[in-house]
Design a protein around this ligand. Structure first.
Ligand code: AGP
Length: 602
């Protein structure tokens, strides 16, 4: 899970641009970084362990000379973070440099063969086989593109790579199989990157590279061909994300900015449906009970909310399973009658991609819901829908979660409508969801106060029922991933079957009391934990006096919010709570330790 970038210009030294592009991709990984510049007769590489700002200072990266160059920001998979394992990697003579995102599964065999043929390896990475394989092909007299083409045919696994060589000083060759890669086009330069925000400040004209394609950047020319050598014509697309949208806009952290962007983000989600997506709705409605969601992490919680919403508003039974378990538990049962609906904000989560591919192999109909245009799952699925929440940079998913739920709610209501159910009033309320979310932003102050109370606790427990259950799971995930406090979400009804033993004097328990029939049962569950001394923080419909009396703190949510609409507004106070707790503990919520934004390895 890494970020790769490359720039080719006729006019200027590209090193400062490469460094600033890497900064914008740091969310893809940030344990080491490096830069390679093509100079007359050589490729100069500077790299190390650490974050890009430190490495820039240490090695004077922006002063490096060269009009063609590559950069890399790493999240280690093979080989611990270190100077030698940082990218770019080189061949024996230092004439080639390669940056790579992904995993080369057969690198052990390839390395063994290369070592026998006399190649010298410096790192423990899987990537290093690539420059050595290219070196051999160049020595056979192939040009850089052909050498890369022959090399990628030998690689098993997933990769996006970019390559430069001092023998071909005016070229960048890049290839993609299973990891994202996109080209940016401007008058002054051509760019290659794992993701659009890397070059969005320079250009919003992009060319998406598809599976098993090689792209060559020379001067102002972009040439694409398949691994089999077929020329590809691809039009340039204009992306409407502005550079500012991908920046913090004055907020101290991306996460806070993204929490507060939620009313706008879900407005976009609703706007983009245009009352349509009928192909997807029809697929759902005509299916006879073989419907599965597949997703990971926060996206999994969105599907769990989706499962309740589809059941409640349309009587449609979706199953949902975490992507990492889906291939074992569900794939063997799939048939052409099944429908598999993958949800992933990045569209690049390896487990979700694999699940979708395997579902297709079993003949299942597949749908992808994502926030990233042209991402991998959109190229696998039969049907695609987008959340259009704008780029999400904070590692902790916030606005993509509520926009996923919004889109799933829309699809559930449309399905109900096709089934002849009365949903006009519900659609009217759905349109008001951005307003409801705006109101929940006022919970920020109370969240700051409560964060002071919980910041020194070792454990925080979250309970919920019905649609409140996925909200409890998500609230716990947010808190644990950015504040490093142990947080556990559980269905409130399960408490007496075990977790109740964990509650003692002053244990913080967050109770998600969503509207609907589960409210009364939640009163009983809160009583259970209160009787054991718990400090109760509740999120409940405004005016529920009983819950307020029982709680030490209550986040009050507009009473107009119906049960089927509640997961999105009810999660907002918990996103704030996690955010402020992390900040009070002196942590950077945008970059939690050990985690990265898109998890592109299984
Ligand atoms: C969210 O806060 C997490 N960082 C993580 O659980 C994330 O939701 C998960 O990795 C799935 O990502 P995706 O939506 O891009 O597939």
């Amino acid at each position: 899970m890494c970020g790769i970038v490359g720039v080719i210009s006729k006019e200027f030294n590209v090193a400062p641009l490469i460094v600033s592009m890497l900064k914008k991709l740091e969310y893809r990984g940030y344990d080491s970084a490096g830069v390679a510049l093509v100079q007359p007769g050589k490729v100069v590489v500077k790299k190390d362990r650490g974050v890009i700002d430190d490495i820039r200072e240490r090695y004077n990266l922006t002063k490096m000379e060269g009009k063609v160059g590559l950069g890399h920001t790493r999240w280690a998979t093979h080989g611990a973070p270190s100077h030698k394992n940082a990218h770019p990697h080189q061949d024996c003579r230092g004439e080639i440099a390669v940056v790579h995102n992904g995993i080369i599964e057969n690198y052990v065999e390839l390395k063994r063969e290369l070592v026998i043929r006399g190649h010298l390896f410096k790192s423990e990475t899987d990537t290093e086989v690539i420059p050595h394989l290219i070196e051999e092909k160049l020595a056979e007299g192939l040009d850089l593109k052909e050498a890369v083409k022959e090399t990628v045919k030998k690689l098993k696994g997933s990769f996006a790579i970019a390559v430069v060589s001092s023998k071909f000083p005016h070229k960048i060759v890049a290839a993609k199989k299973g990891s994202p890669l996109v080209v940016g086009v401007s008058e002054e330069a051509l760019f290659i990157a794992s993701d659009i925000p890397a070059f969005l400040q320079q250009t919003n004209k992009v060319i998406f590279i598809s599976e098993e394609e090689i792209v060559t950047l020379t001067g102002n020319k972009v040439e694409i061909e398949t691994f089999n050598g077929q020329k590809v014509k691809r039009t340039i697309q204009t992306i409407n994300w502005t550079y500012e949208m991908a920046q913090k806009s004055g907020y101290p952290h991306f996460m806070l900015k993204e929490i507060e962007e939620q009313p706008l983000a879900i407005k976009e989600t609703l706007r983009s449906t245009n009352g349509e997506l009928m192909e997807i709705v029809e697929e759902i409605v005509k299916n006879e009970g073989n419907l599965y969601f597949v997703a990971s992490g926060t996206s999994y919680h969105a599907t769990l909310a989706g499962k309740y919403i589809f059941a409640k508003v349309a009587g449609i039974p979706f199953e949902t399973m975490q992507s990492s378990e889906f291939t074992e538990a569900i794939v063997p049962t799939l048939s052409p009658k099944s429908l598999v609906f993958a949800v992933s904000q990045s569209g690049e989560t390896a487990d979700t991609k694999v699940s979708l591919k395997k579902a297709k192999e079993r003949g299942a109909k597949t749908i992808a819901l994502t926030n990233v245009l042209g991402s991998s799952i959109t190229r696998i699925a039969d049907e695609v829908c987008y959340t259009y929440a704008g780029p999400e940079i904070g590692v902790a998913a916030t606005k993509t979660f509520t926009s996923q739920i919004t889109l799933l709610t829309y699809l559930a209501l449309k399905s109900a409508e096709v089934l002849g159910l009365e949903v006009e009033e519900k659609f009217r309320k759905l349109k008001k969801l951005p307003q409801y979310l705006s109101k929940t932003l006022t919970t920020s102050n109370l969240a700051q106060r409560i964060a002071k109370e919980i910041k020194s606790h070792g454990d925080v427990y979250f309970i919920g029922r019905g649609v409140g259950y996925p909200v409890a799971l998500e609230g716990a995930l947010k808190l644990k991933e950015i504040s490093y406090i142990h947080a556990e979400g559980t269905g409130a009804g399960e408490y007496k079957h075990g977790p109740l033993a964990l509650i003692s004097e002053n244990t913080p328990v967050v109770a998600v009391v969503t509207p609907g029939p589960s409210q009364t049962k939640m009163v009983g569950n809160i009583e259970e934990v209160k009787a054991r001394g718990a400090k109760v923080i509740s999120i409940a419909p405004e005016g529920n006096k009983k819950i307020e009396e029982m709680s030490n703190f209550t986040f009050k949510i507009n009473r107009e919010v119906d049960e089927f609409l509640s997961p999105a507004p009810y999660i907002v106070p918990l996103q704030y709570l996690a955010y402020y707790t992390a900040v009070l503990r002196g942590l950077n919520p945008d970059k939690p330790r050990n985690l990265a934004k898109s998890v592109t390895v299984e």
